[in-house]
Design a protein around this ligand. Structure first.
Ligand SMILES: [Zn+2]
Ligand SMILES: [Zn+2]
Length: 250
């Protein structure tokens, strides 16, 4: 399984990175986790516009899904005059309506479903191509999911956006790579059920027994080095900061 960071900026894009988007590949299958602001442009560095096989949206905050509107244009109004077949899109309840509204209901209220095959995510286990996927509700002001992707005896766990929650500890149990958000700064922002700070991400990784921790979703106004230091203080395994265009073999 190969993970590539397409975009990792938290909440809004930075000069260096698009918002949340992660490409997971195995056996020639491409699963994209989230498609935040700017992700569609960056994605084209890594694969063709029509090379995705499935998309998972952790939640419907714009920094995780808004480039789906741009991707709709690319699939619906193809340059060659054709229209792409629908690909599976896994998202929370109301994903189709939300994206359709964001795109201003044109050309019709059902146009999105002509190029996207929407599936409503619940806490569950299901197959996506060659992957076995587990989803869990996490602690965020809107319905939000963390996801564990398994393939060939290895696993990747992505937190999505969340505060501290036992559900995430379980989802990341013994995972090989834990891609965990760390949007807040320890000692500075303390709002429950919204985001983790670096220390909490490290503590979650330690409780879960994760083998490797990659901190992501750090907003441009947050000091990433402080979060890295805070995570390393409480987690013994390798910790690093996510960066665009970096890949991991899992
Ligand atoms: Zn976010
Ligand atoms: Zn969010």
């Amino acid at each position: 399984m190969k993970l590539t960071v397409v975009g990792c900026s938290g909440s809004f894009p930075s000069a260096e990175s698009a918002c949340s988007s992660y490409l997971v590949e195995a056996d020639g299958f491409r699963l994209l986790l989230d498609m935040g602001n700017g992700a569609l442009g960056e994605l084209q560095r890594h694969c063709g516009l029509y090379d995705l096989d499935a998309i998972f949206l952790s939640h419907l905050h714009a920094d995780h899904c808004i480039d789906m509107c741009a991707y709709f244009v690319a699939r619906y109004y193809r340059h060659d005059g054709g229209r792409c077949d629908p690909i599976p899109v896994y998202g929370p309840e109301g994903t189709e309506h939300r994206l359709t509204t964001a795109y201003a209901d044109t050309p019709t209220a059902s146009s999105m479903s002509e190029v996207f095959d929407f599936h409503t995510v619940k806490p569950s286990t299901f197959e996506v191509g060659p992957f076995t996927v587990h989803t869990e509700r996490v602690a965020h002001p809107v319905e939000a999911y963390g996801i564990r992707v398994e393939h060939g005896g290895k696993s990747l766990t992505y937190s999505g956006d969340t505060g501290t929650t036992p559900a995430l500890d379980e989802l990341a149990r013994d995972t090989d790579l834990f891609l965990c958000e760390a949007a807040f700064t320890h000692g500075k922002e303390d709002i429950p059920d919204l985001h983790l700070n670096g220390r909490e991400a490290g503590e979650t990784a330690a409780r879960a027994g994760a083998r490797r921790l990659v901190l992501t979703h750090i907003p441009p106004w947050t000091d990433p080095q402080a979060n890295l230091t805070d995570a390393r203080a409480v987690f013994d395994g390798p910790v690093e900061l996510a960066a665009p265009r970096v890949s991991y073999d899992i």
